[in-house]
Design a protein around this ligand. Sequence first.
Ligand code: ATP
Ligand code: MG
Length: 508
Amino acid sequence: MSPLEAVSRQEGAEDPVVRLSGVSKRYGGAYALNSVDFEVFPGEIHAILGENGAGKSTLVKIISGATPHDQGTLWLNGEERVFSAPAQAADAGVEMVYQESSLVESMTVAQNLFLGREKVFNRLSGLNILARELLESHNFHIRPEHAVSSLGAAQKQMVEIARAVHRKAKLVILDEPTSAVTPEERLQLFMSMQRLKRDGVGVIFISHNIEEALTEADRITVLRDGELQGTLLKEDFRRDKVISMMVGRDVEYARRPAGREADPDPVLEVEDVTLIPLVRNMSFSAHAGEIVGIAGLVGAGRSEVAMIIAGITKRRRLRGGKVRFRGREVRYRTPRQARRDGIVYITEDRKVSGFFSHLTIFENIYLGHLCGSKWLPPFYSPRERRSIGQRFVDRFSVRSLQPQLANLVEISGGNQQKVVLAKGLTRKPVVAIIDEPTRGVDVGSIEEIHEMIRDLADDGVAVVVISSYLPEIRALSDRILVARQGHVVAEFDPLEADEERLMFAAVH
Ligand SMILES: Nc1ncnc2c1ncn2[C@@H]1O[C@H](COP(=O)(O)OP(=O)(O)OP(=O)(O)O)[C@@H](O)[C@H]1O
Ligand SMILES: [Mg+2]
């Protein structure tokens, strides 16, 4: 059914806030979006789903004025528009909530809320009072006088939502709002989306979590390779249907066969590692050929301990705890030393520390490869770069319109994640600590990445997977640890660990 038919089926439908007809966008000759029809009504929550690189972000960037479209027509509130800057879209009532936050970190919450809309004589105390009222009316427990830099990912998004409401937005767009938030924060975000809906605001949200879209959205639009696959009404929402529209096949996460014998001696032993306030007496071990999953909530100290092991952060000499690699105590001063011993940490924070955004895919992979070498080669070889780059682009199925030329900023989020993995794994490591391996990655590619992680373990690598996504932890792990408030609080056999028990251990 076309979205236009969907409109006619909506009884008493008002005019859409935004409507796109036959909209296309090309990058370097290839279509990122191909003749897409789409619309959102006031008071509607409209989810967009699709694989990595399907064109979801491109679609919302066109609506929010971040990038112009090449063909087709865009109407906002019934008026035909072509935006050439986000400010124009904002003036027309379109507010984009960015995941990596468009707030000014060094200013307070209140200052950010009214940024650009200040009166001539603005008294700070008055601002704070206004801000408090605004935040409280949304049930957001955020102090207006706090600096934005002290807030977590979800809280920043909440400030942006409050700001959108203050600016009387007609359409609010959220691109993967829930990929780095705790379960409670997720609920709060959904509550604010529902509130926007009640106030008659149109909401677009992009997510890789299909369950989330099925429960929260009124309609779901699915894109694939830049083309519209269809728009579903609530009564047609079914998980398998959505997945097959997205991927073109059925997907189920394979489980790792149980009962494998790991090496008796651990390659990596972590004993009472402490770095106040985030890590407190963290202890665990990993054996060659096994996958240890560490579950927990965001902020449980898992990434921090991994960064200590990999020489990125330093622990105190006294009472900082011990890290042993193959029975020998180690304390790396730089990540490169750890890399050379064969300990790789693959970061969860890809935007900040995962890649060089203005180098190409091949250059990124090749630099990752060089970094793991014992000595640097005398010259940089374009031929080697191409061959290694191509090999790992194929192995990780990194999809981009122009693999040789595209800079990392230009490829989709999920494909950036695959490059980050490839960069860390061009050489076979001894220990691989992989932090949130599939954040922002679509269902089909999750399966591919899991397959690759299993291959690593089968190949004798000791793999530690840190993930807040419980289905992932359960599908991958030979042993599941749960971390809470800086230390490991429970260990489970994956066969006996259902999601409820894991969640209980992570929270209580
Ligand atoms: N600035 C750009 N320059 C060149 N190509 C681009 C640019 N932005 C996006 N693309 C390409 O357009 C296609 C669609 O990308 P888009 O970011 O819209 O995907 P997405 O659906 O949001 O994926 P993800 O789920 O991974 O975030 C991709 O192939 C991407 O490489
Ligand atoms: Mg995207």
